[in-house]
Write a protein that binds this ligand. Structure first.
Ligand SMILES: [Zn+2]
Length: 174
């Protein structure tokens, strides 16, 4: 697996955007679109904030990049994302004719760039998107796992607090 300095630099930026999602209470996934060595699109998960099931980091970044280039075709661009794209985002990448996709952690449940299925490149698709996984995989995976660990702990603390409150109520009413 080759990880060029360029790949590391842009994946690092995608991780920063993922942190922004996390600060907004969203699952931390971040994405950037790079064209001629310049970031032209940035996205982070905003499903909850925008009440939009399609507001995945990758789609947000693709939309911004299209506006910058004034073209929905992003032929020579590369998209970096911290988590392997889902089927919706992988399809959008094919529609955008993006040149290459680089992702961090594989998504063993819904990954559509090789893990569960491969929508970026298969017989019958007329634009094959190059892709590479595993760039800063450990860091990207750890960022997601830490989020879910924290959220589980918060939910448990919440449940425990309610249990204590309920116990208090029943004592009072008896
Ligand atoms: Zn997606």
């Amino acid at each position: 697996m080759t990880q060029s300095d360029t790949d590391l630099q842009f994946m690092q930026r995608a991780m920063e955007l993922a942190s922004r999602a996390e600060a907004e209470g969203e699952v931390p996934v971040g994405a950037v679109v790079v064209h001629d060595g310049v970031v032209i699109g940035e996205g982070w998960n905003r499903l909850i904030g925008q009440h939009d099931a399609t507001a995945h980091a990758e789609l947000m970044a693709l939309r911004q990049a299209g506006k910058v280039l004034q073209n929905y075709r992003l032929l020579d661009a590369t998209l970096y994302v911290t988590l392997e794209p889902c089927p919706m985002c992988a399809s959008a990448m094919v529609h955008s004719r993006i040149g290459k996709v680089v992702y961090g952690a594989p998504d063993l449940k819904t990954g559509a760039a090789g893990s569960v299925m491969n929508l970026l490149s298969y017989d019958g698709v007329n634009h094959h998107v190059q892709y590479q996984g595993g760039v800063m995989e450990t860091e990207c995976r750890e960022q997601l796992q830490a989020f879910f660990r924290r959220r589980r702990a918060e939910k448990k603390a919440d449940r425990d607090a309610r249990r204590v409150a309920d116990a208090g109520d029943s004592t009072q009413s008896s």
